[in-house]
Design a protein around this ligand. Structure first.
Ligand SMILES: *[C@@H]1O[C@H](CO)[C@@H](O)[C@H](O)[C@H]1NC(C)=O
Ligand SMILES: *[C@@H]1O[C@H](CO)[C@@H](O)[C@H](O)[C@H]1NC(C)=O
Length: 299
């Protein structure tokens, strides 16, 4: 009886808190990333941020050993002449910079920087972004945001999600007050993370990443409650094998058309970490089963 009552209470306590490694490509001091970090912490997760010391947008899957940094980090977020390859915010040590690429930041985060915070354990989930600007279709191949997530999924077998927001304009971490778009992206991204976590382990099929594009924050899409999620695909599927049967068809909509609609629709593509294209139907199937309650059909 008592255990039944406890079980009934569990949903009210929210999602299980997990270990999350967080990278990006716009730089460790970019506000979208910091707002998302704050939202993950507020949701109870144990999150460590490891991201480039400066903007490394468009560097795809480049990876190189970090070199000693002599100039200040972006937005003066670290002093000049640290002469260190990696560094952190001493008063918030879960915030770390790596003087190299997005993939390198993810690699150092998983292998070196985060484990001491977690008694040597590995992350349970990897997230990247939200990128400042979209990452759809061809952009996916050049994106460092995607590159970092793909590294985690493929090379470290950590389930990974890449987030991008269509509202652009870069902002320093200490912009006050934080503009709505940064806070809305953080909340919507955090909601998706919680849906994935609630779906239970394994969070995603092996060698898969989720590619998420959040629509522009404007008009009715300034209220996070108005955002809905649509299962999509990354690349044009003209000659591709069938997608999972969903919303009355076996061809999923393109992520670009979902995120560019004016209905506050978030595109959720199941990506293949081997080649950054749409994952095969078998893997889409698993993700759809896990997140079915989250998804809506195109209007
Ligand atoms: C980073 O660089 C890219 C491409 O060079 C640019 O489009 C973007 O606005 C920059 N972002 C930041 C955070 O400076
Ligand atoms: C470092 O952390 C402190 C305390 O949380 C914060 O006030 C400061 O803005 C942070 N600076 C950077 C660059 O992260």
């Amino acid at each position: 009886m008592r255990s039944q009552i406890l079980l009934a209470l569990l949903p009210a306590l929210g999602t299980e808190a997990i270990r999350i490694i967080h990278a990006n490509d716009d730089g460790w001091a970019e506000l979208y990333t910091r707002s998302f970090h704050d939202a993950l912490v507020a949701a109870g997760h144990d999150t460590v941020l490891t991201a480039p010391a400066e903007n490394k947008s468009g560097t795809a899957s480049s990876d190189a050993e970090p070199s000693p940094r002599t100039t200040a980090c972006q937005y003066d977020s670290c002093p000049a002449n640290t002469n260190q390859p990696i560094g952190r915010n001493e008063s918030s040590p879960r915030l770390n910079w790596v003087n190299s690429f997005p993939v390198t930041s993810m690699r150092y985060g998983i292998d070196t920087i985060a484990p001491p915070f977690w008694n040597g354990q590995a992350p349970e989930l990897a997230v990247s972004g939200p990128n400042v600007g979209s990452n759809v279709y061809v952009q996916v191949h050049f994106s460092g945001t995607v590159g970092a997530a793909v590294f985690a999924a493929k090379e470290r077998k950590v389930p990974a999600i890449a987030f991008s927001g269509l509202s652009s304009g870069t902002l320093a971490w200490n912009t006050t007050p934080a503009p709505t778009r940064s806070l809305v992206y953080a909340q919507v991204a955090s909601k998706l993370v919680d849906a994935v976590v609630s779906s239970g382990k394994p969070y995603l099929p092996e060698d898969v990443f989720l590619n998420i594009n959040l629509p522009k924050v404007e008009g009715k899409c300034t209220d996070p409650h108005n955002f809905k999620f649509v299962l999509s695909r990354i690349n044009v599927g003209l000659f591709s094998a069938k997608d999972v049967y969903h919303c009355g068809t076996d061809r999923l909509p393109l992520e670009a058309s979902v995120a560019l609609s004016d209905d506050c629709l978030v595109s959720v593509s199941v990506g293949d970490a081997n080649d950054k294209t749409t994952a095969p139907k078998e893997k889409q199937d698993i993700v759809l089963d896990k997140l079915r309650r989250l998804f809506t059909c195109l209007p």
